[in-house]
Design a binder for this molecule. Structure first.
Ligand SMILES: Cc1cc2nc3c(=O)[nH]c(=O)nc-3n(C[C@H](O)[C@H](O)[C@H](O)COP(=O)(O)OP(=O)(O)OC[C@H]3O[C@@H](n4cnc5c(N)ncnc54)[C@H](O)[C@@H]3O)c2cc1C
Length: 400
């Protein structure tokens, strides 16, 4: 029996999309067609953006071109922005060019950043979510070194990327000490989290104690459980009226799903994230799979101030592998379905503090966990640097 040739379209080419495309190719060979669509051919290793504003990394150090890898593997790459999906007719509509039909669709379009839900957020803060933003922050950091003063790092209400905020905060502390500017500056962490190292997931092992110790040791002021009312040129106005002085404010705002998801009725929720089962298949459209940061993950518990769940790199790639296996099972009409919930995936992360850090290792992303370890020390910093090198080397060699 000859199998009908299927066309699988992967939308997005970072952690989740890149993994999905290569996994599908590995399992399906040349019997089916795989196309990847993304407005950029650069893979961006987001974790290293915490070092970018300090001049410790450049664009070439943390990105690579996916095109030669796709070419070598017989995967078609289309450098285009998807405007929306026509789910009923199974088409991806592009900003320029003809719509692309699919038999299966993998949505791996990640997140965009919402800079407009708090007054002054766009105008009076800096960010590290993307190369353009981190470049602007690098310039502001240079000026801050010349005119030091109070500074703040803010995990704004609704965000889900607390780890990067802590990393930037501690790295900034380290850099200020290196520049002998700690006396001329003050550093404040402002966050929606109810307590230190809550991370939007109800905490992790003894990370709270570790963070409290670091805050004390490094004289970092902190405000937990707070919403920001407005960002101003000279400070951060909290919802309850207190104003925290800051002339250099780095904020991690909330995320939204990609615009092409928000433009497609019936695909995602109001924030543009997409609900799926533990097999990463869309509930209404069985030929649509969703992986990575595009997936809707509900917070494990309520917090006074809204906190999102961090959808990190490792689970993004895991979801892609599960979805790829299920697409292969669909095509080959195999009975087996692969499932693993986000909550049950391993938690593997390194939080860098400049010259030290903590390794965060657990058997599950969300509680309850049987094993959860925080391993602090200078080796964590070097492990993060080594992981960056390994990750980029392996992905450039199509190892996912
Ligand atoms: C500053 C920072 C630090 C981080 N640090 C860590 C860390 O230390 N460890 C960790 O595990 N995770 C970290 N993360 C989280 C990690 O970056 C995410 O888990 C990961 O990027 C999610 O991958 P993704 O492929 O799902 O989405 P993304 O990385 O957002 O990729 C989305 C892809 O979709 C494409 N796309 C978007 N819109 C369209 C469209 N309309 N049409 C076609 N394609 C489109 C984009 O071009 C991109 O290729 C960090 C994130 C940030 C912002």
């Amino acid at each position: 029996m000859t199998m009908v040739r299927k066309h699988i379209v992967v939308a997005g080419t970072n952690f989740a999309g890149y993994t999905a495309a290569l996994e599908l190719k590995e399992m399906l060979g040349d019997e089916h067609d795989i196309s990847v669509i993304s407005p950029t051919h650069e893979f961006l290793f987001y974790p290293s953006l915490i070092w970018f504003p300090f001049g410790l990394r450049d664009v070439k150090d943390i990105t690579f071109d996916v095109r030669p890898i796709y070419h070598a593997h017989g995967i078609k790459f289309i450098e285009e922005r998807i405007t929306h999906f026509d789910l009923a007719n199974r088409r991806a509509h592009l900003a320029h060019g003809e719509p692309l039909s699919y038999d299966y669709l993998v949505i791996a379009t990640g997140f965009t950043t919402d800079y407009d839900y708090v007054p002054g957020l766009r105008e009076h803060t800096y960010s590290i979510i993307g190369i353009a933003q981190a470049t602007r922050t690098r310039e502001a950091w240079r000026q801050f070194l010349e005119h030091p003063g109070p500074a703040a790092v803010v995990s704004v209400q609704g965000t889900g990327c607390f780890g990067a905020a802590y990393e930037f905060l501690f790295n900034m502390r380290y850099q200020l000490a290196k520049h002998h500017l700690r006396e001329q500056t003050s550093l404040t962490y402002i966050t929606a989290e109810p307590y230190p190292a809550h991370f939007g997931i109800g905490g992790f092992g003894n990370a709270q104690k570790m963070c409290e110790m670091l805050f004390k040791f490094y004289h970092i002021h902190s405000h937990f459980n707070v919403s920001v009312k407005a960002f101003e040129p000279d400070g951060v106005l909290l919802e309850h009226g207190e104003k925290i002085p800051s002339v250099f404010t780095v904020a991690i705002p909330r995320f939204l799903g990609a615009e092409c998801v928000r433009n497609t009725p019936g695909l995602g929720n109001a924030m543009g994230f997409i609900e799926v089962g533990d097999d990463y298949r869309h509930k209404q459209y069985p030929e649509v799979y969703v992986v990575g940061a595009a997936v809707d993950v509900k917070p494990p518990g309520e917090t006074n101030v809204p906190c999102g769940v961090p959808k990190t790199g490792y689970p993004s790639e895991q979801m892609a592998k599960i979805a790829a296996k299920n697409i292969v099972a669909d095509i080959k009409q195999l009975p087996k379905r692969y499932t693993e919930s986000f909550a049950d995936m391993n938690a593997l992360c390194i939080m860098d503090t400049g010259n030290m850090g903590m390794m965060i290792v657990g058997d599950h992303m969300l509680s309850p966990r049987e094993h959860e370890f925080i391993i602090p020390g200078p080796e964590a910093h070097w492990a993060k640097v080594a992981f960056e090198k390994y990750f980029l080397w392996s992905r450039k060699h199509a190892i996912v």
